[in-house]
Design a binder for this molecule. Sequence first.
Ligand code: ADQ
Length: 475
Amino acid sequence: MPESAESSFLVVANRLPVDRLTTPDGETRWRRSPGGLVTALQPVLRAEAGTWVGWSGDEGAAPEPFTLDGMRLSPVSLTGEELRDYYEGFSNATLWPLYHDAVEQPAFHRHWWRSYERVNRRFAERAAEEAGRDALVWVQDYQLQLVPAMLRKLRPDVRIGFFLHIPFPPTELFMQLPNRLEVLRGLLGADVVGFQSPGAAQNFLRLTRQLLDLRPRGHRVVAEDGREVLAESFPISIDVTETEAVAGTDVVKDRAAELRRELGEPRHVILGVDRLDYTKGIEQRIKAFRELLSDGELSVPDVVMVQVATPSRERVEHYRALRRTVEREVGRINGDYGRVGVPAVHYLHQSYNRRELAALYRIADVMVVTPLRDGMNLVAKEYVATRLENDGALVLSEFAGAAADLRQAFLVNPHDLDAVKSGMLTAIRAPVEDRRRRMKAMRRYLRGHDVKHWARGFLTALGVPETATAYDSDN
Ligand code: ADQ
């Protein structure tokens, strides 16, 4: 292993924040992948000579640790079978649906669980090797819930934080999990367990009482080994400065104008941008749009909808089924309401770079974000941050964590189709001044609550002095 493995700050996440590129002459290079988490943590990682432990994205043997942009990256291997059982299985077909209100039926298989345990142990062991004495280790998300307790056993000296990016379910749902005790004890291995919302933190604390007979007080609970664990909400956010800067470039403005022309200069553009995931309420949103067209409330080409559905988890059956349903629904609506050269819904099953996404946000008069359940939803925040002229309108599900932050959005219950329809109509028809007032307030809020604010809040709770987290990106 190159360099000594002695970091005082570690991030442990399922994925490393990099993508492998192969140059034309066949060489392998790594490029930092875009994303709020790495943007927020990179300054801390650089200043602390920190290490990120995670899977590289390729199955089979892991590459040796390497350094990129001042971060040490320590790749963990995953076999094809582990990808199926730990990742697509237990993480994405058991935990993901269960934690999102079981909007799809979670599947329970013992061999998935065994794989989840084995992979979590591998991550914990790697973290234990990489961590220097009294280091700070920040474990991320639902794929690695056993790591805190496993790591604590191996390295009682380190401080451990855990952040869950997705919702934490009510106890009645969590109780379905055959391995509920192990998961709960896994999380309790951390000193700080962070959630996206106060409700999620409450669900967790209630569970410690119900399953382990612990006695939580306020946000704290004393675990079975006598340690105090803090469970609190730290709503995640985006890099607002960077998002605003990208949205304000001439390239993005020109591209936005071009996109609008390509759409036939409609009066209103309605936009949806989501991973193609059954929690995101894509079907419901398209259905609401179809009903508005059939009711005669909206008409093409006056109004068009653009739906970006990022390819996601395509080997998991629920996701394949969802893709078929959404594409059938888009075909139907275009058959009924499109015209030659003017579809009612422009459906894009593709990934985009930051600039193209920003151009799409810029042309959206109404952004519709209607998840049935979502930990936070960064798309909603990105849209708001790109509205440099304070115009546009956001229709947002009450069931997204973001609804607690973006309170001036047009909030809707995504399970109520009539509410989604009327939310969309109200947003389209709202007076310019009303829309401006709402957007301005949301932008102001976001500026004070960006992703650095989030990281600082969590790390301070974990005991890092505030001055130590006031890193600037160009440090
Ligand atoms: P996700 O479920 O992936 O995240 P979200 O928060 O909306 O949901 O983040 C999606 C990200 O992907 C956004 O940054 C967006 O810009 C990007 N993206 C979407 N479509 C894209 C496309 N076609 N091309 C390129 N990029 C695209 C999980 C939880 C959320 C929580 C986040 C962060 O489910 O609730 O907000 O983690 O904690």
